[in-house]
Design a protein around this ligand. Structure first.
Ligand SMILES: CSC[C@H]1O[C@H](OP(=O)(O)O)[C@H](O)[C@@H]1O
Ligand code: HPA
Length: 245
């Protein structure tokens, strides 16, 4: 069994039920990762956990050193990453409190260090990114959810915005016309960097709120945290079945 990692986002700064074995701070050519890597056993399965926004959660989405995070995971031998990400729901089925396993991405970010293939290369490298999430890893998550008896949404287009502000209603309307079902701020360049280093990558998108303009009420952190708290119990159950599969 190869080493897998879980990257935890908003609402998942530490992984419940993880027995910590050791913590390691990894230096990379790109600087420091968001947090130390936590090596542990999660229901008998060895894995590595990384808190995307640091622990405590202090790094905003546009300031995350995505390259250092992915490089550090590669450095310690990680072959697959399950990313957990809080999102806003755009599509009608993307109801707050539910979990979706997106199958596509549209990148609206700008100015982020988004590639390892920049300078001093012998050849220019263009990785295939037709299917940004590894199909077998998505299937494994979906099967784990089914076995756990949790009704997750199979598929969805994750639109990644720059943040840290939330979107305007018009931006969400445009994203909807583009085909986005979910909106978050961290899916890119994380997924692309994993692909560049040959690490399999899939995402559990935890729906925290209706996206801007989808309701008449203001989006508040209180609402987001409450929905995340409810969904995290389902997420932990999916992860338990996922690692045991
Ligand atoms: C209003 S919460 C926004 C924050 O939550 C998500 O983080 P993550 O993807 O790491 O769970 C979103 O991308 C924003 O960073
Ligand atoms: O509505 C949102 N927009 C962007 N990112 C998010 N992360 C949680 N909710 C949202």
């Amino acid at each position: 069994m190869t080493l897998m990692a879980i990257i935890g986002g908003t609402g998942l700064t530490r992984l419940p039920e993880l027995t910590v074995v050791r913590r390691e701070r990894i230096a990379t050519p790109y600087g420091d990762p968001s947090s130390e890597l936590i090596f542990g056993r999660f229901h008998q399965q060895e894995l590595v956990f990384l808190a995307r926004h640091g622990n405590p959660h202090i790094i905003p989405p546009h300031k995350i050193n995505y390259r250092a995070n992915i490089w550090a995971l590669k450095e310690v031998g990680v072959a697959s990453i399950l990313a957990v990400a809080a999102v806003g729901g755009i599509g009608a089925q993307m109801v707050p409190g539910k979990i979706a396993v997106p199958h596509q991405i549209i990148d609206y970010t700008y100015g982020r260090a988004h590639t390892f293939f920049e300078t001093d290369l012998e050849v220019v490298t263009h990785v295939d990114f037709t299917h940004p999430y590894s199909p077998w890893l998505r299937e494994k998550v979906l099967t784990a959810a089914q076995v756990a008896g949790i009704n997750v949404i199979d598929g969805g287009v994750y639109g990644c915005t720059q943040g840290p502000r939330l979107e305007t209603a018009a931006e969400i309307s445009r994203m909807e016309r583009d085909g986005c079902d979910l909106v978050g701020m961290t899916g890119m360049p994380e997924a692309a960097l994993a692909r560049e280093l040959g690490i399999d990558y899939a995402c559990c998108a935890v729906i925290a709120n209706w996206a801007a303009g989808k309701t008449t009420t203001e989006i508040t952190m209180t609402e987001i945290e409450a929905n995340l708290a409810v969904a995290m119990a389902d997420l932990t159950s999916i992860l338990r079945h996922f690692v045991q599969a």
